[in-house]
Design a protein around this ligand. Structure first.
Ligand code: C2E
Ligand code: MG
Ligand code: MG
Length: 700
């Protein structure tokens, strides 16, 4: 606030006596007084002394008070400068003219000297208050500018909406552009944030609640900003809500420095790969995820062999170049299920997450070893480097993320001790398992080439008519050393390695040829059931394959029964349905195998062109165990209502047979009639079967 000594007062009057009186009284209160005798002098003085208040006579020569007042107002940028007219014309018209010309107030002559000083004092006080307020507003706006704060205000009384200069500039609007309403802010939000901004604004307007929200803003020029918006409901003294005020802070720089800091804390500067910290965090996260899903996580630790010697002979820079090149090669292995990290100096870590296909474990290690086949170029030298790899698997080897990482490190050290250029598993157990799988895989590959995989045939019988209707072709591996290997020992590995494709082709071809042969031999026109794997439906033209084999063997397509399991039907849909329709159009039959175990819904199954439902063996076994066979009965009833055939698998006992027949399931496959037989035994089986049943008829 100004003191009286700091306050300049301009007194304008052509009448010497009045001017002198006024000045004298004010001088007594220590104000600085400047005097002018007419309007023109007043304007000139105004420009040089910047008075804080002007007392102005109206009627003066050269330029009267109205004109002077007008001119001063026009040149002044401080609207609240008090100009008090001293008017002798104490009538309404002159007062009005005074106010029109920009005067703040008037004092009528003759002047009441007792009140005079109080009037001046009061006018000065009001002026100072205004100035203070204006200064505060300027300071606030400057502070907002520095803090990158914009603001908006929504009046709840008349719904008017206004935005501050600073918000206007954040939105990249020109100074004269306005936003019509609060919801216009939604239009300026990043597309991905629009919904959340909208819902906060709607909530604020309908429920009168404030909000605090971080989101991206799109300026009119397309620039993107991160902002923090803070809206508060303002109430009047009686507690009645009057407006909502929003403060908008530009936090773009903060965000970007946060993300730089985050990056520096989590990524290796040299290779830009995740560092040890981020890698460990990710392993911890994925171990938790795997625990819930019953899948596995594999950690590989990969270290460059002899890096210390290399560093000594080639220098630090050359070592860095090799590390960078190796990291680049590792990045080629990157996929959704893999995390690659620079774990420490010369050690990299790899995580294979959320997987259940163990044949890939060694595959990954081989792939990393292969990255070192090509030399590294340092200046003009070609340097060959080998790596040692340690592998640890959660939950097989270790039961926590940290232990799995440590396990891989230990295995890596062992691999390195054994001379490097190799991989080792953490445990003997997983080492052996991996070796075995690798051996089986190689063995199978050879076996397929050598024709060691052959179909066995298990008859399917209509117990009502006593006729053999067909048989299911079931794969067997005639291993040169191990003897006859059943499917449960090789189908999984075959599926995981893709060997199921050549294996199936081999089995199908032999089964088709055999079925055709028996037809030609007059043994009967049988249906041959073949089992399709889910792998045959993805990226492989199984329809084409089966057709080629039919042509090659000459078997009629209506002698083929395609079996897919219920669980396959539950996972694949559109693509599989399309292929099955193609099979059906060719005259083949479609059966759903292992029915009742796949948890598929009836409505889902109905999308498939199905002829036959095969009741899973477990429900047939249950007939003996519980004596009821409720599920088998339900499946039979359901199949009948859907107009589908039904066949029971794994029928072994008379009890099972009787119950199935009683409830209308006539088609039977199981040891009761026959185990799966090699082709050579099948003709004898047929002969024996019919002669026995004739015998039964004769006896009957
Ligand atoms: P599946 O298709 O459900 O075949 C029926 C299985 O039940 C066969 O086992 C058969 O030997 C067995 N079985 C039949 N009747 C009885 C019985 O009365 N008692 C008992 N205990 N078992 C009975 P197998 O031959 O060991 O085949 C097992 C599974 O391997 C098959 O189940 C099928 O899913 C798969 N498989 C076999 N061959 C192939 C093939 O060529 N390709 C594909 N993708 N899978 C095949
Ligand atoms: Mg089957
Ligand atoms: Mg089955």
């Amino acid at each position: 606030m100004l003191t009286n000594e700091q306050t300049n007062i301009l007194v304008v009057d052509d009448d010497h006596v009045t001017r002198h009186m006024v000045s004298q009284i004010l001088k007594n209160s220590n104000y600085n007084i400047f005097e002018a005798t007419n309007g023109k002098e007043a304007v000139e003085l105004y420009n040089t002394v910047s008075p804080h208040i002007i007392l102005m006579d109206v009627m003066m020569p050269i330029m009267d008070g109205y004109a002077a007042c007008k001119e001063i107002r026009e040149s002044s940028n401080f609207l609240e400068l008090p100009i008090i007219m001293l008017t002798g014309l104490d009538d309404v018209e002159s007062v009005k003219s005074a106010l029109d010309s920009g005067a703040t107030d008037f004092i009528s002559k003759p002047i009441n000297w007792i009140l005079f000083e109080q009037r001046v004092h009061y006018a000065l006080h009001a002026r100072n208050m205004h100035e203070e307020l204006q200064n505060q507003q300027i300071m606030l706006s400057q502070a907002q500018q520095i803090a990158k704060l914009g603001s908006w205000e929504l009046s709840l009384e008349d719904n008017t909406f206004s935005i501050s200069e600073q918000l206007r500039s954040l939105l990249r609007l020109s100074p004269d552009e306005e936003l019509e309403q609060l919801s216009s802010l939604v239009d300026f939000s990043h597309p991905a944030d629009k919904e959340i901004v909208r819902s906060h604004i709607v909530d604020a307007m309908s429920n009168g609640v404030g909000y605090k929200l971080e989101h991206r803003l799109m300026g009119k020029d397309g620039s993107e900003l991160y902002i923090l918006q803070h809206a508060e409901l303002i109430k009047d003294r009686t507690g009645y809500p009057v407006k909502i005020i929003g403060i908008v802070q530009d936090i773009t720089e903060l965000k970007s420095s946060q993300s730089i800091i985050h990056h520096q804390n989590h990524y290796d500067l040299l290779t830009d790969l995740p560092n040890r910290r981020l890698f460990t965090e990710k392993v911890i996260k994925d171990v938790i995820y795997s625990k819930n899903k019953n899948t596995s996580v594999v950690v590989y630790m990969v270290t460059l062999d002899n890096i210390r010697n290399l560093s000594e002979s080639l220098g630090y820079k050359a070592t860095e170049t090799i590390l960078i090149s190796f990291a680049t090669r590792l990045k080629q292995l990157q996929s959704d299920h893999i995390v690659i990290s620079r774990f420490n100096d010369s050690t990299f870590a790899i995580m294979l997450k959320d997987f259940d296909d163990f044949s890939h474990v060694t595959g990954m290690a081989e792939a990393v070893l292969n990255l070192t086949i090509e030399p590294f170029n340092i200046d003009t030298h070609e340097i060959f480097i080998s790596v040692s790899i340690g592998i640890s698997i959660y939950p097989i080897d270790n039961n926590s993320a940290e232990a799995t990482i440590l396990g891989a490190e230990n295995a890596m050290l062992n691999a390195s001790k054994e001379g490097g250029g190799r991989y080792l598993f953490y445990s003997e157990h997983s080492n052996r398992q991996a070796q075995e799988r690798l051996e089986i895989e190689n063995d199978m590959r050879k076996g397929i080439e050598r024709g060691e995989f052959i179909p066995y045939f298990q008859p399917q019988i209509n117990a009502k008519t006593g006729k053999i209707t067909g048989f299911e072709a079931l794969a067997r591996w005639q291993h040169p050393n191990k003897g006859l290997v059943p499917p449960f020992k090789f189908i999984d590995i075959a599926e995981q390695t893709g060997l199921i494709i050549p294996l199936s082709i081999s089995i199908f071809e032999q089964a088709f040829a055999q079925t055709k042969q028996w037809a030609d031999d007059g043994l009967g026109i049988f249906k041959v059931g073949i089992n399709l794997s889910i792998k045959q439906f993805s990226g492989n033209d199984v329809y084409e394959d089966v057709n080629t084999l039919l042509k090659k063997t000459g078997l009629a397509s209506n002698q083929v029964d395609i079996e897919i399991t219920e669980s396959m039907a539950a996972t694949k849909t559109d693509e599989m349905i399309h292929i099955l329709h193609q099979f059906k159009e060719m005259g083949m039959e479609i059966s759903i195998d292992d029915f009742g175990t796949g948890y598929s819904s009836l409505s889902h199954i109905q999308k498939f062109p199905i002829d036959t439902i095969k009741i899973d063996r477990s429900f047939v076994t249950d007939i003996d165990e519980s004596g009821k066979g409720i599920i088998a009965k339900t499946i039979i009833a359901m199949s009948a209502s859907l107009g589908m055939n039904v066949i029971a698998e794994g029928v072994e006992t008379t009890t099972q047979l009787d119950m199935l027949l009683e409830h209308g399931c006539d088609n039977i496959q199981g040891y009761y009639f026959s185990k799966p037989l090699p082709a050579s035994e099948f003709p004898d089986f047929i002969a024996k079967f019919y002669s026995e049943s004739n015998l039964q008829k004769e006896n009957a």
